[in-house]
Every structure is written in structure tokens, then in C-alpha cells.
Design a protein around this ligand. Structure first.
Ligand code: C2O
Ligand code: CU
Length: 461
């Protein structure tokens, strides 16, 4: 009853996953530095993680007081191979309680780092997270306490779990994307509790690529084939991306590699979502740009303006062999799944609050729905209001069945699905992972004002 993609390796490699001593090195990652692994066992990744306040150079030449993981934002990338055991010795040096949530990882519920299962780590306190990473893919970590501020001030990092026999690329890069609202002096603007932010979530006036507002300037040999792992860590901004001067294909998403790649003209990445791109750098122009198309106030009114997040120039030449992807099979749709409805709404009795199935969910006081592990359930999620919602389910993957009544072409295992205004999306999950889990809108202003509920998956009998 495991809906993880079945992976069979076609690639002829000499990588033996169980040779404990001579385990092959993981493919290198460009982007934020990876954690220092202090465990010599190649199948155990053991790291120290500290959250604290500190300065970050988000805009060149200026320091912005931020919240940091291991003194940086994004925090170090957690880099492992599927099946590895991960131990994170966490210390909270913030002035406020926090937790670490491992977004998308199917780990035991008590390690999920949400305040429903874990009392928040108090200032000066510690917690050891330990789990086995069972699924390859691109994931991320972030706090699950006062997320409106902690996430926005810089607490997030990427997680890369490699396939047992990873397809080979000329290079792999991680791009953690975000936005931040800075005032005229370069400080993070104060958090207001009403107005536009309360309705739509707070958006920033600077886009950040791996923690820097300037476009990332990169080089690669012409002829390279690279894997770009994109994480949207923004609170509320949906990123619409395009690539210029190179060809790209989407080869993976939240829950790992896809059965078949597809080529977008533009790619929408909602808060919380990830996409893996295969980028072939072989263009006459010699300059490749990753663009975000952003609504911007211009002299001609509000327009969508492309902004370069990444600019890559060729240096030298290479002839890359096309990567060989493992065969991925998604679990088939269930014939007679249990049918459920999740209505996302709002009410204004006594201030703006957000609702799931008509109720404002507070501090996990709501009664839980129960499901049995392995039982296929199809949820019709209905957005009854104007603001959009990136809907996230903890600890499980799902597939998108339909959107707006039409069969969905959004292939792959997901943990976060975007709902536009008044939109209706049908998803299907098999709840492989028992325990108590949260589901919520990934816009922290919505989640923390009522749109965050819980369910329980009881172990299969
Ligand atoms: Cu990425 Cu409950 O969160
Ligand atoms: Cu929402």
C-alpha cells in the first residue's frame, strides 16, 4: 500500500547503495551550501541546526536584520540519499518559540514539527529530529510557529533527497525563491494585522533568489544539461516563471520525478510547491535567463513585468549525455474512493477569519476526521472566496484529479495544490502515513487565522 513511485533504474552505474564504507558521493549541489554532516556513516546525515536573529545581505551593500538558520538565509540545504537516516540537533536561539517542519517529507508524525504534535521549542531550548527519508525529491523546511513572521524574516531552507541511482546531469542547482518587504532603510517592514495583507497574505517588494535580491549570475559550459530544483518559500506570492535562451522540461515536482516530462511555456509555482527542471543550455544567444513575471506598478499602470532571477552565461563547451531517468509509475486512481469535501471560506463576525468547512480552526481544538491508512480518499476542495489558497496536506502525497471540472494535466505526486478564486480542485490520496496530520492553506495569514485543520490516519488493521 505504498504510493511512492516505483523506481527501477535503467541507468547502468556502479553505485551500490548498500556498500556502507564506499558509498558513492552524492551529486554536487550548487546554491545554498549544504549542512556539514558530522556522522561518518554514509547512510546517516547528522547535522546541527540553530535558529537565531542576525544580519543578512539581502540587498547588496545593506544589512537587514533577519532570522537565520546557521547564520544564513536560506538555511543550509539538507542533502541526503533516499533511505538515509537524518538526525538534526536543533537549538532555538530566537527570542520566541519555534519548531521545524519538514515540508513534504513522509516521516513519522511526531517528527513533523508542527505544534499539534510537538510542544514548541522554547528560547534556548533544543530538540532532536530524527527520521528516515523514504522518498527522493525536492522538499524544504521552515518553522510552524508564528509562521507569518518567522518564515518571512528568513527561516527556510531546501531539502534534496537523491534517487538511489540519480540521473546524471552536468550540474544540479537549488533555487529557493522568496519575496520580502523592505522599507526605505532596508529593514523588514513592520507586520500589519489588517488590510490587504490579512486578506491576501503579505507580499514583498523584493524578490529573493537564494536569499539575494540581485539576480544570480552563473556560468556553465555550453552544451550542459542541468537539473534545477525550484522551491517557492514565499508566504503568498505565486511565481510565474519562464526561461529564455535555453530549453527546459519539468521532470519532477513535490513528490519526486514524473513519469513523463513536459515543457511549459510558463510555469506557475505556488507557495510551498517545488518543481525540478531539466535545463539544456545550448542556445545561440549565449545568455540564459530565468524570469519571474510580476505585477508591477509602472508609468503605464499596473503591468506584468519580467524580472530576471537568474542570468547564466556560457563559459567553455561540453557535450552532455542526456540523463537517464528511472521509470516512475504513479499509483492508479482508485475505483471507488471515499468522497469528501473541503470548503475554504471566510467570515467576518468579529474580524476577518478564514474557515474550513464553515469553521474557524483554533489551536487544534477542532474534532478530527479519521481515515484508515491505505484507504483511497478523494477530496473535492472548493475555494468559496476570492483570495487564492495553496492547499497543503502534511505527511502524505496526493494526485490532482481535476481542476474546474476538467481532467487535470498536473501530473505527479503533490503535497501542495493551488486554488484560484472560486476554483474547485479534486485530489486523491491513499493516506499511506499514519498519525495526526495538519492540512492548511500555505499562506500563513490564512492558516493562522483559521484555515488550518487536522485529521488522523489510523494504522491499517
Ligand atoms: Cu510548509 Cu504546514 O507547512
Ligand atoms: Cu489561503
Amino acid at each position: 500500500m505504498d504510493a511512492a513511485p516505483e523506481v527501477s533504474a535503467d541507468a547502468a552505474t556502479d553505485q551500490g547503495a548498500d556498500t556502507a564504507v564506499d558509498a558513492p558521493l552524492l551529486p554536487g549541489l550548487e546554491g545554498p551550501p549544504t549542512f556539514e554532516d558530522r556522522n561518518p556513516d554514509p547512510r546517516v546525515v547528522e547535522v546541527d541546526l540553530v535558529a537565531s536573529a542576525g544580519d543578512a545581505e539581502l540587498v547588496a551593500g545593506r544589512m537587514t536584520r533577519s532570522l537565520l538558520y546557521n547564520n544564513r538565509t536560506p538555511g543550509p540545504t539538507l542533502h541526503a540519499r533516499v533511505g538515509d537516516r537524518v538526525r538534526v540537533h536543533f537549538r532555538n536561539d530566537l527570542q520566541e518559540p519555534t519548531t521545524i517542519h519538514w515540508h513534504g517529507l513522509r516521516i513519522p508524525a511526531e517528527m513533523d514539527g508542527n505544534p499539534m504534535v510537538q510542544p514548541p521549542v522554547m528560547p534556548g531550548g533544543t530538540f532532536d529530529y530524527e527520521f528516515v527519508v523514504r522518498d527522493p525529491g525536492t522538499f524544504w523546511y521552515h518553522p510552524h510557529v508564528n509562521t507569518i513572521e518567522q518564515l518571512d524574516r528568513g527561516l527556510y531552507g531546501a531539502i534534496v533527497v537523491h534517487e538511489a541511482e540519480p540521473p546524471r546531469f552536468t550540474a544540479e542547482r537549488v533555487f529557493v525563491l522568496d519575496d520580502v518587504r523592505l522599507d526605505a532603510r532596508g529593514a523588514i517592514a513592520p507586520f500589519a494585522s489588517g488590510g490587504h495583507d490579512a486578506v491576501h497574505g503579505r507580499a514583498g517588494n523584493y524578490l529573493l533568489t537564494n536569499g539575494a535580491a540581485a539576480r544570480a549570475s552563473l556560468t556553465a559550459p555550453r552544451g550542459s544539461i542541468e537539473r534545477w530544483r525550484i522551491v517557492n518559500a514565499a508566504g503568498s506570492r505565486v511565481l510565474t516563471l519562464s526561461l529564455q535562451g535555453a530549453s527546459w522540461r519539468v521532470v519532477g515536482t513535490d513528490g519526486g520525478l514524473l513519469p513523463t516530462a513536459w515543457e511549459p511555456s510558463r510555469l506557475q509555482v505556488a507557495p510551498g510547491q517545488r518543481f525540478d527542471l531539466e535545463v539544456t543550455l545550448n542556445d545561440a544567444s549565449g545568455v540564459t535567463e530565468l524570469l519571474a513575471h510580476v505585477l508591477t506598478q509602472t508609468d503605464a499602470g499596473v503591468q506584468t513585468v519580467p524580472r530576471a532571477l537568474v542570468e547564466l552565461r556560457y563559459e567553455g563547451d561540453t557535450t552532455a549525455t542526456p540523463p537517464v531517468y528511472p521509470t516512475v509509475t504513479l499509483p492508479p486512481r482508485a475505483e471507488s474512493p471515499m468522497l469528501q469535501t473541503i470548503r475554504l471560506g471566510a467570515n467576518t463576525d468579529g474580524g476577518l477569519a478564514f474557515t474550513i468547512n464553515g469553521r474557524v480552526h483554533h489551536e487544534h481544538a477542532a474534532p478530527m476526521e479519521r481515515y484508515v491508512q491505505g484507504e483511497p480518499v478523494r477530496f473535492t476542495i472548493i475555494n468559496e472566496i476570492g483570495p487564492e489558497h495553496p492547499f497543503h496536506l502534511h505527511g502524505q502525497f496526493f494526485q490532482i484529479v481535476s481542476r474546474g471540472g476538467r481532467d487535470a494535466d498536473e501530473l505527479g505526486l503533490k503535497d501542495t495544490v493551488q486554488l484560484g478564486p472560486m476554483e474547485r480542485v479534486v485530489i486523491e490520496t491513499r493516506f499511506e502515513n499514519p498519525g495526526r496530520w495538519m492540512y492548511h492553506c500555505h499562506i500563513p495569514e490564512h492558516a493562522e487565522h483559521g484555515m488550518m485543520a487536522e485529521l488522523e490516519v489510523t494504522p491499517a488493521p
